[in-house]
Design a protein around this ligand. Structure first.
Ligand SMILES: Nc1ncnc2c1ncn2[C@@H]1O[C@H](COP(=O)(O)OP(=O)(O)OP(=O)(O)O)[C@@H](O)[C@H]1O
Ligand SMILES: [Mg+2]
Length: 284
């Protein structure tokens, strides 16, 4: 891995707060800006794999085999239909793989060591599972940064705390050195009273880690895994509002400011080129 490669784990112990949605669409937004991006799916539910790739061939190697040491990371990485976006897929076998490695020495650092072989990637985005299992621990150990999505649900806020504690323990044990990149509110609905209360609580607990960008509540996200489409593709295909695309473009800019302050924001997404590509694909 190049010394400039950033590794973002998207994590929150609470289920259903938008981790996979954020991981996939942030990664796509970065790729649309011209960066080389690898998404690593570390959840046996394989939502990121469904969104970005669709059904895998039955014999395709996945992160489960990487964890147990059967296959190298480079051998599971696949191209997606999006220029610059690669995926290391997951499958339900990941659950069993975690049991297989449970007694092994170095079980928490398998992913971190696997990433060393990577080259030519600007940013790795890891989608993690809600459980604090070995796949999640491996993700937090491998990460340079952790992005934590949250909703106003008290359990989601508790999940932020649990995840922060896990990061602190990993740093204290000198297993990793991840920093909190930010907390991003998802399924944002300003009409709900609890929404602002939750933001205040997060601002109090995490200060400037609270990101300005909010991912607004938007039904278009729900169909993404089933149709194997990211939000940019979904909103173009549905010819509806670009709310979700706009939110993720804003999130990518805000995150880029934090990751690459000296480099700036890149050239932005080439909308015309992207529309032409999607229309070409739809016509094929
Ligand atoms: N901004 C949003 N507006 C509306 N629905 C959303 C939004 N973000 C995510 N969702 C929906 O909420 C559900 C949970 O989202 P997602 O799968 O991204 O969460 P998760 O944290 O990855 O869940 P898990 O913990 O099970 O992995 C999905 O159906 C998704 O489509
Ligand atoms: Mg998920």
């Amino acid at each position: 891995m190049d010394s400039t490669t950033q590794v973002i784990a998207v994590a929150n112990r609470k289920g259903g707060v938008g981790k996979s949605t954020v991981a996939c669409n942030l990664a796509v937004a970065f790729a649309l800006e011209g960066r080389r991006v690898l998404v690593i799916d570390m959840d046996s539910q394989a939502s990121a794999t469904a969104t970005l790739l669709g059904d895998l061939p039955a014999d395709a190697p996945t992160m489960a085999q990487v964890l147990i040491g059967q296959v190298a990371l480079g051998d599971v990485i696949r191209e997606t239909s999006r220029p610059g976006l690669l995926l290391a897929p997951a499958a339900k076998e990941l659950t069993h793989a975690q049991l297989t490695i449970a007694g092994r020495t170095g079980r928490e650092t398998i992913l971190k060591r696997a990433l060393r072989s990577l080259s030519d990637i600007d940013v790795v985005v890891i989608d993690t599972a809600p459980e604090q299992q070995l796949a999640t621990v491996n993700s937090l150990v491998a990460a340079t940064h952790v992005l934590m999505p949250f909703t106003p649900d008290p359990k989601a806020l508790e999940g932020l705390a649990t995840t922060s504690e896990a990061i602190a323990e990993i740093v204290a044990a000198e297993l990793g050195h991840a920093q909190v990149l930010g907390c991003v509110q998802t399924s944002y609905d300003r009409r709900l009273g609890v929404t602002e209360d939750a933001r205040e609580q997060v601002a109090e607990a995490y200060g400037s880690a609270l990101l300005e960008t909010r991912i607004r509540s938007n039904a278009s996200f729900i169909t993404c895994p089933a149709w194997h489409r990211d939000i940019f593709e979904t909103e173009r295909a549905e010819r509806t509002s670009r709310r979700g695309s706009d939110d993720f473009r804003a999130l990518a800019l805000e995150v880029a400011h934090r990751l690459w302050p000296a480099v700036g924001l890149g050239d932005g997404i080439d909308e015309d080129k992207e529309t032409a590509r999607v229309e070409e694909e739809a016509a094929a």
